[in-house]
Design a protein around this ligand. Sequence first.
Ligand code: GLN
Ligand code: ZN
Length: 753
Amino acid sequence: MTEPFTATVLGLPRIGPKRELKKALEAYWAGDLTSDELAATGRALRETQLRGLADAGLDSVPVGTFSRYDQVLDTAVLLGALPERYTGFADPLDGYFAAARGTDELAPLEMTKWFDTNYHYIVPEISPGTQFSLHPETLLAELAEADALELGVPARPVVLGPVTFLRLSKAVGSDAPLLDRLEELVPLYADLLARLADAGAAWVQIDEPALVTDLSGEELAQVRRTYDGLAGAQQRPAILLATYFGRADEALRELHDTGIEGLAIDLVAGALPPPEVLRGKHVVAGVVDGRNVWRTDPDRALDALETARAHAASVAVSTSCSLLHVPYALAAEPGLDARLRSWLAFGSEKVREVRALADALAGADHEPAELELTRAGLASRRDDPRLHREDVRDRLAALGEDDRRRLPADERRALQAERLDLPLLPTTTIGSYPQTAQIRSARADLRRGRIDQGEYVARMRAEIDAVLELQEGLGLDVLVHGEPERNDMVQFFAERLEGFATTSAGWVQSYGSRCVRPPILFGDVARPEPMTVDWISYASSRTSKPVKGMLTGPVTILAWSFVRDDQPLAASADQVALAIRDETLDLEQAGTAVIQVDEPALRELLPLRRAERPAYLDWAVGAFRLATSGVADATQVHTHLCYSEFGDVIEAIAGLDADVTSIEAARSHMEVLEDLNEVGFDLGVGPGVYDIHSPRVPSVAEIETSLREALRAVPAERLWVNPDCGLKTRSSAEVGASLANLVAAARAVRSAR
Ligand code: GLN
Ligand code: ZN
């Protein structure tokens, strides 16, 4: 068999340690950079990265995980599967970016979450007319480029596998299952393998994360035939089949005797499959977490590695998945407190951990220095009082079922109606208003010390005044303060809660050129002081209409953060929920009658495997209810959910028991209302009546039509009128015009009753 390697990572981030690629892309799109300059940026990033891996002592390095936008879109290009409307461009790069981001004339392809991560990929469209063809030039060029660096370490090309590619694509123009088209892809992949072997690759990594999802017997058989075909290819590198984000035992069992040589297995989100699956294989054991930021426990890792070695032909140490999901290096975070730093491993620390664990596995004479660092960090983490706060734990232990329950919905409705005195079909908005240039410059001025906190608050208050004046002028019924003071709906709270840290440069690619800096939840959570009360009280003091308190829910705060790995997520969720509950009580105390707790990410944390979903939804709903059940029954709780396909979560939405739920239904034509009826939902609901993701201003007639349509599914007493999401990304002119039409439509429908 091909010489096995001992230490590697499954893939690499590409946005650049200082977001060099982001800046280059945006300059290119703005016409300020040539395509050659853009290409040079990519080349420089790849070179630095590969040299870094070789210097750190990895003995196989991944090539081909770079992307100018997204690896799934790249695979569509590799397989000639870009829809025709994007292929007519004189410069193919223009077509590529048109597919990714659209042009004035062309809508882009859809985008959705990459498994259960916060990375978003471009969804290829496959139609009956799609004729696959192989275009391996980019991958071959990157392989040649890596060889030319003479790293002294073999480059291992990485491709997205055919099963995952089809599984993540969208079928258009036919209902036939896309996996039926695997047979068309096998010869193309076989051809690709031959080209890679020709180019000197000893190993190829084929990524098949889709194998960790539920697959039917028929689908498993299709997977089997595919890999029989690939393993049987005449001339090919050794195949490393990489699965990650969970367990793929069924598929790996099925594929065991196909002749593939290697298996990369996620030992963080998953576990070792049974011994017979490992037998005879080169096992690339993903013991270093590729998507969270903690140092690896060496004892646990070495245990798993030794077990793998007992059954496999050979073992290499690796990350559990690509390093795409974590920041580049701790070096960019001098501001983190020293103890916390010692617990963390970002990308470059993880590479060192991989090498050190491989050395330890190989029986190094003395413990590698990196592991000593890790052990010291782990010891300090175990003992840190911030992780074990009696005050927090006692409060949680004292909670009972009553703390997650309010009066029955109809009794609450009566109390709230009396308190709020709203018209039928009340109008409201979701929270944010346009992020104006003034808001951005005030934030930048504060950061650079050009203005002090007092001046900043004054400027934000002026923004709040303007947004309130707009809403009053338009005649909206329940107002919002517009969220000008929030850089981000999760980071804002993470900065104000104990137990969270935020980074200054911990950027992670969200999609394309878009990056986020997820906060780090490291300890027990508590709220030292009110977080939003001053802002909401100020807003309330400026109007006689109700102003919604605006909070982010516990599940969303966790979903968009790096979370603790030393306790179940459910326990962290309850801690965050308790802090949010404290905030709701202070808001109420300050006179707030309506409080919205956003949970746009409720669906995002849904486990990949069906069998695990009920348990997740149970604690997620429980945490939301803990956050929202402390207030009086006359206080109206709203929530906002940011998606329109509910599938598995429809019962959970009813379970949240929010008095009013606003949802992104503008594009799903009220179907969701009928689904809600089916699960007995009888609370207030505001199906978004227009799509804020588009600059288009909806007409009064159009909004009236959708309201009338909604009234067929929901009695008027329960129907709210609102846009389908926050207005942060829209221009002031669009918002003014759209909301004027929204109010006019609500009035027209009201008076016709
Ligand atoms: N309240 C938030 C806003 O309006 C909700 C954002 C979201 O749904 N993601 O911006
Ligand atoms: Zn939303």
